[in-house]
Design a protein around this ligand. Structure first.
Ligand SMILES: Cc1cc2nc3c(=O)[nH]c(=O)nc-3n(C[C@H](O)[C@H](O)[C@H](O)COP(=O)(O)OP(=O)(O)OC[C@H]3O[C@@H](n4cnc5c(N)ncnc54)[C@H](O)[C@@H]3O)c2cc1C
Length: 233
């Protein structure tokens, strides 16, 4: 028997999305599956650092983002090990999924055409949906950096900043803003007068005390935030 015939064909697995879920799956499965990993961005962004990258200069590329091309060429990285074992990484967007026919159509970044990829198994790791500025449709690392720098310019040029939404992310952003822009008025708007209501009354009291000590003004009103309303002014 030739060595080609003896080689065991691995099942084909398509993973869509190369953030936390897609990367971990790739790492766990690359030895057992013939993986095609599809990701529309050219870089991984570490979401927990977004409140800091939006408000503190010079840390986005250094600490919070990494190009997939760098990861793929580094044999010691998670993606590099998978690439050395035959991982097929495509920077592009999933445009359609044919479940019965077991195939996807993918539009490679920078092209108008789509290509068809067949699979035995598929994992959709297309993840969480965050609104701008936390995340947006920018797929290119340099453009994301530009967006972040323009956002920081707007912060610098303002006298007062209102953070809308006092969940964990909003509270963290307001806290950082009050630390590094102590000359500006920082407000925090929440529909619910209780902060972090999902963690109970005790959490509200601890956070509300810290928010007040940081000089952040709390606003709340029933209904959705009105960008033309009194609080926004
Ligand atoms: C400020 C902040 C702090 C956080 N802190 C924590 C924390 O401390 N601990 C924690 O566990 N979680 C934290 N989270 C939540 C965490 O970031 C998410 O749970 C996590 O990002 C989800 O990972 P995911 O891989 O499922 O999806 P995502 O991270 O949303 O990734 C989805 C990927 O799929 C790609 N994609 C989407 N659609 C397509 C398509 N059609 N074609 C190709 N690619 C596509 C996207 O480009 C993206 O790379 C935080 C989130 C934020 C915003």
């Amino acid at each position: 028997m030739s060595s080609d015939n003896a080689r065991v064909t691995k099942p084909r697995l398509v993973i869509v999305g190369a953030s936390f879920s897609g990367l971990v799956l790739t790492h766990e499965l690359y030895e057992h599956y013939d993986i095609t990993l599809i990701e529309k961005k050219d870089h991984f962004e570490y979401m927990p650092l977004v409140p800091k990258t939006l408000t503190i200069k010079g840390i986005f590329k250094e600490k919070a983002a990494l190009k997939y091309s760098q990861m793929l060429s580094n044999k010691n990285s998670l993606l590099g090990r998978a690439a050395a074992n035959g991982l097929n990484f495509i920077q592009g967007s999933l445009t359609s999924l044919n479940v019965d026919g077991k195939s996807v159509e993918v539009q490679r970044e920078g092209t108008d055409s789509t290509e068809n990829i067949e699979f035995d198994y598929i994992c959709l790791c297309t993840g969480a949906k965050f609104d701008s500025p936390i995340s947006n449709d920018v797929t290119n690392l340099d453009d994301r950096q530009k967006f972040i720098e323009e956002f920081q310019e707007k912060i610098e040029g303002s006298e007062s900043i209102l953070v809308v939404g006092a969940g964990a992310t909003g509270i963290e952003i307001a806290g950082i803003l009050s630390e590094i822009h102590s000359d500006k008025r920082i407000g925090l708007y929440n529909r619910d007068p209780k902060l972090l209501p999902q963690f109970g009354e005790a959490a509200h009291e601890i956070i509300a005390e810290k928010v007040e000590a940081a000089g952040i003004t709390l606003h709340s009103a029933s209904g959705d935030f009105d960008p033309n309303g009194d609080i926004a002014k």
